[in-house]
Design a protein around this ligand. Sequence first.
Ligand SMILES: N[C@H](CCC[C@H](N)C(=O)O)C(=O)O
Length: 288
Amino acid sequence: MMQNFFVKSHGLGNDYIVLNQEDITFELTEKAIIRICDVHFGIGSDGILLKVPSENADFGLRILNPDGSEAEKSGNGLRIFAKYLYDHGFTAEKSFSIETPGGLVRAEITEEKNGKAFMIKVDMGKAIFESKKIPVNCEKEECIGDTLELEYRGYEINCVSVGNPHCVVLTDELDEKEIKTFGPQIETNPMFPNRINVQFAKVVSPTEVEVMIWERGAGWTLASGSSSCAVACTVVKRGLTERNLTIKMPGGNLAIEIDEDWEIRMTGEVREIGSGTLSAELIEDLEL
Ligand SMILES: N[C@H](CCC[C@H](N)C(=O)O)C(=O)O
């Protein structure tokens, strides 16, 4: 592949730039990540997916947030990466394993469109509710239905890990202004040693939940796969919905299945936006 070749794709409006560790001629420092993800000084995206070698799976993946931090897992990122591997000739298989810092998952191309991957299913692994494994500073074994006091108000929260950490707030009314105000306060609250992804979720039926997202290290995004999994696990655990449900986000819907031992499967579409090479001038600026 060409040096500094990139592909930009989105899963329901949650967009990522895919790079291959073997092709890049620069060090992917925090500064470089921030610059590449910047919509004005870079390509612009909700993060970078970096293809890396793996000893334990067919492929390896690192997930980098636009603030330069690294995530353990990304649901839309895994679906976008699976499409990249299939469409750009890294595999002819329709099912393969991917190792992430948050665990090993399996991806499957379930539907093609004009010979390219379209619908992708990912076995996201098992939900973890134990506070110390999320991690959440909470005396209780699980942080479900607990109160988090912020400066001007409190929230009842439900915390779960799907490889990366999540804090779910159940609400009757979704308000973009509210999550953009309190999302960052929850994300960075000292209760969460590694910070946390935040979702506000409204149950609309036994099989449908509407969600708004404030992502750790990325802020407001139109969709989030791991957030969808975290919300689904929360509403199932609290007996509010069935185990097979649709998570509806501003960017689109994901189908989530939670089985009896909290294994999670997520299915949804991915679309490629474009591809190209990072200019030498951008690379020069990264090294300033
Ligand atoms: N910002 C997240 C990673 C990306 C999650 C989201 N884009 C998804 O599709 O799961 C974190 O720091 O855990």
